[in-house]
Ligand binder design. Sequence first.
Ligand code: NAP
Length: 291
Amino acid sequence: MKTTVIGLGLIGGSMAIDLRKAGVATSLTGVERSDVHANRALELGLVDQIQTEGNLADADLILVSIPVNAVNALLPGLLDTIGKDTVIIDVGSTKTAICKSVRNHPRRSNFVAAHPIAGTENSGPDAAFAGLFTNKTNIICERELSSENALSVALKVFDALGMRTIFMDPEEHDRHVAYVSHLSHVSSFLLGQTVLDIEKDEKNIFNLAGSGFASTVRLAKSSPQMWAPIFEQNAEYLSQALLEYIMHLQRFHYHLMKHDTRELQRIMNGANDIRRILDGIELKQKGNTSK
Ligand code: NAP
């Protein structure tokens, strides 16, 4: 398939690498805002060429991998200009606002709203790598509004990336990811900020930081340019998740002040149950790899 990737960062670049490898993308064209990143993407061989202007009617497949507010702004106009059989897939981390932006568009059926759940804290073309998506889950929303052809192209793409696809409605998607993804990013950004505020002498942070701190605060290195629009679009569900998190923090603080060590231990014993869930996920992934 003649494939165009709009946004050659971590996600768009990594998709380009694996789709070329799998033979799904027979030619790859990139669309990039900055010349520096466009040239870097070419140097890295993520795409064969960069298209700077003109319409994209020629492509069989267009992957939209830019911040979610930019997806909203771009998508309706993009659908206006594509070829009759061109399929557009977006990979944005929120789905309600994006789906709404094209719900009544006459070419809606050419579009598939997806969210491949895989990533790192790094961004830009240099962050892209092969195998990012292997054995991870992809979510497709409003499958009933995509044509049979568009859906089968999307499944071919995500299968080639080694992903398992599940289907959800956009609101359900946004509610779930508010807890398992967006809240952990907020929590990490503000843990980083809390420590930075207290430890003005950065050398001390560096000297004392163990692997526990580094792994808990890893997500605070993520791109604010990408995450701020996600938080904005998912403000309602994220607010709900944050309030619950704050309630847990306040409860912990209360027992800490009461020197109620037994209760603190009980809370942590409860939280240890996360091991069961994470071990289950790991086992499932190992099972998929050995298949
Ligand atoms: P990234 O590495 O920062 O790449 C973003 C790309 O979008 C870059 O090519 C950037 O161009 C371009 N861009 C930035 N602002 C833009 C704007 N206003 N208009 C047009 N293009 C713009 O980000 P990413 O991690 O690949 O994320 C891309 C999409 O994937 C987002 O929708 C995100 O929600 C979704 N996603 C991310 C993850 C994750 O964990 N990172 C996981 C799943 C899905 P320049 O290089 O010129 O700035």
